[in-house]
Design a protein around this ligand. Structure first.
Ligand SMILES: [Zn+2]
Length: 207
């Protein structure tokens, strides 16, 4: 590791703005804020191999979650199944355009985009490529991950299932479990992509 003190080795605590010099952080170590105990950074070995494995797994489960039936309803002898995209179309069909767009963005489009970018960045960092796009992609991921609501969505679905269960017999399909797996791998991929470590490694790759 370089012994120089770069300005990019400085990091402000996201919670209390206390400034820290992170140049001494080594692989396998974790840094916490001395004032408020907020987790500043985790420097992991093999972090990018995990990022790539988790994000690609997430994308596979995402495809399954979109293609297979998400839930089934049985009422008065009739059974109907619905995929996730069909559920969104149904919301749109009931005149709730804005809700359909919000749901589509927060549970499908943004999370899938974040995972695709995370996989690309992870592969690039793992291979040590000097890509001109890598920094912009990293910035985009760290901004967009705030707007991915996979866990919120999942809780929302569980709550509405219990409500619908009064009216009809509701079953969950393969896509439901696939989305659950997607949510887990999504969280794992992003938790392995440490902001400080990623930025430091991107700086080191700059010519
Ligand atoms: Zn702090």
């Amino acid at each position: 590791m370089s012994m120089h003190t770069h300005s990019d080795d400085q990091m402000a605590c996201p919670s209390c703005d206390h400034l820290y010099d992170m140049s001494g952080l080594e692989q396998g170590q974790q840094a916490r804020c001395g004032t408020c105990n907020h987790l500043l950074a985790t420097y992991r070995e093999h972090a990018y191999a995990h990022v790539v494995a988790f994000s690609i797994s997430a994308l596979i489960f995402f495809v399954l979650a979109c293609c297979f039936p998400f839930m089934s309803f049985k009422s008065s002898g009739m059974e109907s199944v619905m995929t996730l995209p069909q559920a969104i179309t149904q919301i749109k069909g009931e005149g709730m355009w804005d809700l359909a767009i919000l749901v589509a963005c927060f549970i499908l489009i943004i999370p899938a985009l974040v995972m695709a970018l995370t996989a690309a960045l992870g592969i690039s960092l793992l291979a040590g490529w000097r890509n001109h796009w890598a920094k912009d992609v990293a910035k985009l991921i760290f901004h967009l991950q705030v707007w991915s609501m996979v866990e919120v969505f999942f809780i929302g679905v569980l709550v509405s299932l219990f409500k619908i269960a009064d009216m009809a017999t509701v079953g969950v399909g393969i896509a439901f479990w696939s989305y659950a797996a997607f949510a887990i791998f999504f969280t794992l991929a992003l938790s392995n992509l440490d902001t400080f470590q990623t930025w430091k490694n991107l700086e080191e790759l700059e010519p």
